[in-house]
Unconditional design. Sequence first.
Length: 120
Amino acid sequence: MEIYKDITFEAAHLLPNLPDDHKCRRLHGHSFLVRITLDGPVEKEIGWVKDFSEIKKAFMPIYDQLDHRYLNDIEGLENPTSENLAKWIWNKLNEQLDDLTAIEVKETCTSGCIYRGEDG
């Protein structure tokens, strides 16, 4: 069964590899939503896949690095697209959550990406 935990944070960024006249090349901010998805069996006695608080606890050091920050200043996020942010979060969380199956990053209510650990 898949479960997920949604966490939001506020941050600013710009996308330095875009043409100078692109609006995302300018400094701007988002209310980001990160969805952390895990997959595993439901433990019979407890009745859940994992305690949601364990997912939040694993993410909190990452949250502290991202919330109310300028993402371009963070090592590995010099070009902080949603895609790069999702991969960066995956690489930080994958060792702690061995049942991790996806990281979804939404930068607006209508735009985002889902990373499932694949290369590329």
